[in-house]
Design a protein. Structure first.
Length: 310
């Protein structure tokens, strides 16, 4: 069923037109036979042609479109192979707002960087985090053990499986959903260890953004001032910021407080809810508003996942 819905959701308009022509040709040929059975089949073919025209040539381009989730970048909000409906009219009436989950035509930089794993089609999906004029920066999450810094992968390698989530809180670490306090971690390290927690978070216009939907708190800073040899992604992030500044879509602000970026006109900063396993604006630059197709609205398949999207 999943394969059929995916195929239907991605039918090209050329294929739809060909099918409609075939159905109408079949209707014409059957009506010429004159038998009641042929007339019944002809009426069915006509109804299918009309339905396909309405759905694929009017409703899908202008109002609502089906879309499937190709990667894990939006976990836990959206899972791989979730099938969703996208509202394509809302952004004709207003611009995207922070918190909206938007479907967009992936820019060339995103497709080139992500490859098949993240952008199997030209359409992609992320959460809008900032809009034109917003100032934003990200503080990475980590813990310290006797002053030594441990990032999410360090914690995962020590206490969890490679696919388990790690979320740093102000007083504990959630490892695969299990809460580990400073005492728990100290005992696991053999006792008598000083543990400090430093959660990662996003700051927009001077205020910390509440993001309860995240799989993990972010483990890489943004914007990157000094790339880290141990984390190759920081080099790509710094390059994308430099390019965006030269293009005029970002402005670096260093005059007071933390180093941050300001979004230019018509630009959005989008990120995945699975923050540490997402190729997004931090790595390929701000998203042009004109590339946004619509807002994710509803999960319709599989049945066990039916829900409104928040």
């Amino acid at each position: 069923m999943s394969g059929i819905t995916e195929w239907l959701a991605n039918l090209s308009w050329q294929t739809v037109v060909i099918v409609i022509i075939v159905l109408l040709g079949l209707r014409y040929a059957l009506l010429r036979q004159g038998s009641p059975a042929a007339k019944s089949v002809a009426e069915t073919a006509e109804s299918l042609a009309i339905a396909m025209g309405l759905v694929f040539l009017i409703i899908r381009p202008l109002f609502v479109q089906a879309f499937f989730i190709p990667s894990e970048s939006m976990v836990p909000t959206l899972l791989v192979q979730d099938h969703i409906l996208v509202n394509k009219t809302v952004y004709h009436m207003r611009d995207p707002r922070p918190g909206d989950i938007v479907v967009f035509k992936a820019p060339p930089e995103a497709v080139e960087l992500s490859g098949a794993a993240e952008c199997r089609s030209v359409d992609s999906i992320k959460r809008d985090i900032a809009v034109p004029g917003d100032e934003i920066y990200i503080r990475p999450g980590y813990i310290t053990v006797n002053g030594e810094r441990w990032n999410h992968d360090d914690i995962r390698n020590a206490f969890a499986d490679p696919d388990d989530s790690v979320k740093v809180k102000s007083d504990a670490v959630l490892v695969a959903g299990k809460r580990l306090t400073a005492g728990d971690l100290s005992r696991r390290f053999g006792g008598d260890r000083e543990i400090e927690f430093h959660p990662g978070f996003v700051v927009r216009n001077g205020e910390r953004v509440n993001e309860p939907y995240l799989a993990e708190d972010p483990d890489i800073a943004y914007p990157i001032v000094e790339p880290q040899l141990s984390e190759p992604g920081t080099y790509q992030s710094q390059r994308s910021v430099r390019k965006a500044i030269s293009d005029g879509s970002l402005k670096m602000i260093r005059n007071s407080g933390p180093t941050r970026v300001k979004l230019g006109p018509g630009e959005l900063l989008v990120m995945g809810d699975n923050r540490n396993r997402s190729s997004d604006s931090r790595f390929w630059g701000p998203l042009d508003r004109d590339r946004v197709m619509g807002r994710a609205m509803f999960v319709f398949w599989p049945i066990s996942r039916i829900k409104w999207i928040r």
